[in-house]
Design a protein around this ligand. Sequence first.
Ligand code: PBG
Length: 328
Amino acid sequence: MLDTEFYRGRRLRMTPGIRALVRENEIRPADLVMPYFVAETDDKSFRKPIGSMPDQYQLSLAELEKQVAAAVKNGLTSVLLFGIPKEKDELASQAYADEGIVQEAVRRLKDRFPELVVITDVCLCEYTSHGHCGMVSKGGEIQNDPTIELLAKAALSHVRAGADMVAPSDMMDGRILAIRDTLDENGFLSTPIMSYAVKYASAFYGPFREAADSTPKFGDRRSHQMDPANSREALREAAADLDEGADILMVKPGLPYLDVIRQLRDTFETPIATYNVSGEYSMVKAAAQNGWIDEQRTVMEMMTGFKRAGADIVITYFAEDVLGWLNK
Ligand code: PBG
């Protein structure tokens, strides 16, 4: 005769119904943000596959609209836009041009899908000839204060075009304050800022840099993005951005930093986002294409992991796929 004085956890795992009843974390369609790369091109049907990111494309405005239309039909509620301009220069002029590619994409999407939450990435690296996130001094240093002025101009141009939210990803100091001030002075008091507050200098951004054509021509991003070894510093960065006016805090990348998401969740009341970045996407795609893992189950486990760690919002190139799976 068995003594029943031990924990029978299996009782609550016996049927799908019971498992669903006691499930603690779940990803919802509205938690997902899908990133898109929009290219400035005269070719209306431009749709260029990104080699290192299977099933992701650089899209013309018309192709972007088509793809978003299908995704919205599937339940997509938010997008994050990245632009690939025709011309790049040292001042990143296209980053804050009123007729720049992201600004045009925002107008187009908001016109067609007024309910869609259109978020823009605010950074200079896709627009500078050298691929750095800021102005570079003669000695090769990325200059902080001149850069934040341009970032604020870029954010304002996005919001003027109709963006619902801006997401600065550059990791310059003081940029949240500069952007908040600029938006407020121009009457955009109600436009939120999602700060890439805790952004690590990560090898996982490799495929993105192919996608956005933003690999730095020299040096790296370690003078502004954070050292992967640090988590106390993450709290310091997050607190600073909140003080400066950030409404949502992001941790990026996602998978290697679940502990950091949890620490932010436990420390701050604000919504927390995480960015399941390009390298995390490419690893799963490559393994799945080789038949080494089950893509759907792997991705859903990752999504649940982000929620369990404490993320409210998940930015992921899998967003369209996840919606499809959730709808089944
Ligand atoms: C722009 C930016 C980057 C990513 C988002 N915004 C690249 C970088 O910092 O080099 C990375 C996203 C990804 O890897 O999916 N600064």
